[in-house]
Design a protein around this ligand. Structure first.
Ligand code: HMG
Ligand code: NDP
Length: 427
């Protein structure tokens, strides 16, 4: 039985953390060895993934603890270079755990392909003809990917839009495809390219763009959690987080930063599982602007019993098959640690981490400010960047935090003092 409540995990060293994660998930410890630098993605594998490969970039991979998502404990791999993100998500998940953790819902796994038709003589008549041919068109789409259809996926709907543009009215066809456990871009792009000649013939125009839309608003995930008033810091903190939420719902300048906080969590899990971070972020930002003004993707409100309820809705075009998820050894290990079997489950975890991250940031901002937590953890990065060796980082970081001088030049001074005090005097 997995438990994500690994209290004090951060006080262990990497091998101790791996041992606790392996014990909790039941994974053989050697399955985590692939997380060693250089043991994951080989140069040869990288050379098959992208072009002009010179090497591999390492990104820290942490684990978010305390998560309960739809009643199941989940340990969540998070790949990020930003200090305090993993700690913050884990802390927020701890506060939600008291009230059952995160519950989610979703709109399914439908992706949209767009086919752009131009030089259409009578857009209105063309739109009607295209709608009349829907059954033929959907069948032609399914013929392109029998494997997807065999997994229960396939073309589900055809929508036609008459779009006024500065180059004239364009007829835009939307093909809705259930892509099941794939992210779906390659699948729907293949279908769009195959349909384009027939669509152009029906419309009497010319097809140009045939590509999926990253505004994946048919693939929405909603997460909800109740965060404990006392663990948050009391009624005043709850009240001020609600004010912070109202600010982000009303102001695009605050909403951009509020949503960046959400994406700190979302993108860390998307990256760890080998999914397309740019596609997910494009979808989230487009969703934030869905009614014309750019707004917060989440909302916080006080519950009748004085705790804090948080809700989030985001499009999540993520998959467990295809893309890099199956090709990248670390992504495969991350999926095993998560213990998930479907893209729907992955989306549920990702949305929950986004909401957790968002809460942690808003709580810190509404209470003591972000810098105490963030900079305390950032101090280790500053110490290392000042040249501290691994065994020197803790001393330098604790000194610059204690003296509230968390800056590179002071870290260098502390490091020089440390080395002078430990260098044996020349006889
Ligand atoms: C950083 C904390 C969690 C410390 O908070 P704390 O209260 O000092 O932590 P604690 O020592 O009491 O530990 C509480 C729990 O936090 C977790 N935790 C605590 N420390 C660690 C650690 N080292 N490594 C891993 N996990 C840690 C851990 O889960 C632990 O419980 P446990 O599970 O052990 O029983 C808190 O100050 C915090 O959440 N701060 C918010 C920081 C944050 O949100 N960072 C995100 C990057 S900034 C960002 O999002 C952009 C922003 C801010 O602009 C977004 C926006 O504007 O909305
Ligand atoms: N704008 C964007 O976001 C774009 C993104 N991309 C990239 O496309 C990649 C993802 O494309 P995607 O289509 O997911 O990748 P793949 O084409 O690699 O995987 C999808 C394919 O896997 C097969 N498959 C096997 N099992 C399943 C299952 N259970 N559910 C669904 N399909 C299954 C299907 O049939 P079959 O085996 O016959 O293929 C399906 O077509 C991402 O890495 C992304 O970076 C590319 C272009 C644009």
């Amino acid at each position: 039985m997995v438990t994500s409540r690994l209290t004090g995990l951060h006080n262990s060293d990497v091998s101790g953390r791996r041992a606790r994660v392996a014990e909790s998930t039941g994974l053989p410890p050697d399955q985590l060895a692939v997380l060693d630098p250089g043991a994951g993605l080989s140069l040869e594998q990288a050379d098959h993934m992208i072009e002009n490969v010179l090497g591999v970039l390492g990104v820290p991979l942490g684990v978010g603890t305390n998560f309960v998502v739809d009643g199941v404990d989940r340990l969540v791999p998070m790949a990020t270079e930003e200090p305090s993100v993993v700690a913050a998500a884990s802390n927020a998940a701890r506060m939600a755990r008291e009230h059952g953790g995160f519950t989610t819902s979703n709109s399914g796994s439908v992706m949209i392909a767009q086919i752009q038709l131009v030089d259409v003589p009578d857009p209105g008549a063309a739109a009607f003809r295209l709608r009349e041919a829907a059954a033929e068109i959907l069948a032609l789409a399914d013929e392109q990917d029998p494997v997807l259809v065999s997994f229960g996926g396939g073309a589900r709907d055809l929508r036609v839009r008459e779009l006024p543009t500065r180059t004239g009215v364009q007829v835009i066809v939307h093909l809705h495809v259930d892509v099941r456990d794939a992210m779906g871009a390659n699948a729907v792009n293949t279908m769009a390219e195959a349909l384009a000649p027939r669509l152009a013939e029906i419309a009497g125009g010319r097809a140009i763009l045939r590509i999926l839309s990253n505004k994946a608003d048919q693939r929405l995930v909603r997460a909800r959690a109740t965060f404990d008033r006392d663990l948050l810091g009391g009624a005043e903190v709850v009240r001020d987080i609600v004010h912070a939420s109202a600010f982000a719902e009303a102001d695009p300048y605050r909403a951009a930063t509020h949503n960046k906080g959400i994406l700190n969590g979302i993108t860390a899990v998307v990256l760890a599982t080998g999914n397309d971070t740019r596609a997910v972020e494009a979808g989230c930002h487009s969703h934030a602007a869905r009614d014309g003004a750019y707004r917060a993707l989440s909302r916080f409100e006080q519950t009748p019993s004085g705790h804090l309820a948080g809700t989030l809705e985001v499009p999540l075009a993520v998959g467990l098959v295809g893309g890099a998820t199956r090709a990248h050894p670390v992504a495969r290990a991350a999926v095993r640690i998560l213990g998930i079997d479907t893209a729907i489950e992955l989306g549920a975890v990702i949305a929950s981490v986004g909401l957790a991250q968002n809460l942690a940031a808003c709580r810190a901002l509404a209470a003591e400010g972000i810098q105490r937590g963030h900079m305390t953890l950032h101090a280790r990065t500053i110490a290392a960047s000042a040249g501290a060796a691994p065994h020197e980082v803790a001393h330098v970081a604790s000194r610059i935090v204690a003296e509230r001088r968390i800056r590179a030049e002071y870290a260098a001074e502390v490091l020089a003092e440390l080395r002078a005090s430990t260098t044996p005097a020349v006889p």
